[in-house]
Design a protein around this ligand. Sequence first.
Ligand SMILES: C[S@@+](CC[C@H](N)C(=O)[O-])C[C@H]1O[C@@H](n2cnc3c(N)ncnc32)[C@H](O)[C@@H]1O
Length: 359
Amino acid sequence: MTTEAVPALDEAKVEEFAGRLFETFTSGTLTLMIDVGHRTGLFDAAAAGPATSTELAERAGLRERYVREWLGALTTAEIFSYEPESGRYTLPPEHAACLTGGGSDNLAPMSLLSALLGNHLDGVIDAFRHGGGVPYEKFRPRFTAVMDELSRGLFDGQLIDGILPLTGDLPERLAAGIRAADVGCGSGHAMNLLAAAYPASTFVGYDIGADAIEQARAEAVEMGLSNVRFEVQDVAQLPTDLPLDVVFAFDAIHDQADPAGVLRSVNAALADGGTFVMFDIKASSHLENNVGNPFAPLLYSISTLHCMTVSLALDGAGLGTCWGEELARQMLDDAGFDVLGVSDVPDDPMDCVYLCRKR
Ligand SMILES: C[S@@+](CC[C@H](N)C(=O)[O-])C[C@H]1O[C@@H](n2cnc3c(N)ncnc32)[C@H](O)[C@@H]1O
């Protein structure tokens, strides 16, 4: 028997890493506290001005004891400040700017992912052991609501003024009147916004989730739109009877069971020279290039706990969130597209826009 020399541990490094772990665990629980603040309206109530826990609880219609404990977590995390003399808590305006409001500056909806994904950890761990995955249906209906909150602010703030300008002459063509579709449209807000902005064009949103389509239709009725419709449809089998002029996909390719099939289906549904606008995760296909990207740990984690597992649940490709630009370009080319450009998205460092033309 040989005894191998065990290298001595660098105690300073051990301590530094243990500290990082505690920071990580603290961030995990604080994320849940932010979820609570967002869903209960506590951030909006606090943005109205300094308040004691009793005043804040009254403003938000909540139980004081819970509000005070929550404030304990958020004050020690330095999200709120506290004045012991008056017993008042303050959410600084700079923090309120990131945690309240309807646009893409409000980052609080990001916190909703932790509880949503955490609910399905057992299923994902089972898939680590036995293969397969957690299917999309298991994440619904909560997934539909969370996804809507995640993208609504960005669409409201950036779709018309930030994303469309990245698509060449598409705004002019939409204004003149063309046929457009959204594959994996979720709750349909993007199509509804475009339908309202471009009344001469017609829009259709497709999604496999019946609950999402129901929500999309309800919003279209609420907005009084007659140039948009929504259909439950597997986008790997798009109808080809009436050729489309533009197809959008917002964060809806990388979690497909058959992403190559969907890209081919989009290509077949487009008229010659038609436009495909693929909004997807900004990453490299090579892990080593993603080291140092501050969003990469979040993206790979969301992938493991949702995007990859929903695809593998259908015995699919399991591309994962960070399938990356290199592979995306290759797959778009294979499906019959020329990639005209890849642009960053204003106010959204995690995504990019691929502007493609059917060959
Ligand atoms: C990450 S979500 C994005 C939703 C929406 N585009 C947004 O940005 O809010 C992906 C969507 O693709 C849908 N989806 C996944 N596979 C699909 C398929 N084969 N056919 C149609 N929709 C699909 C899911 O139901 C989900 O709503």
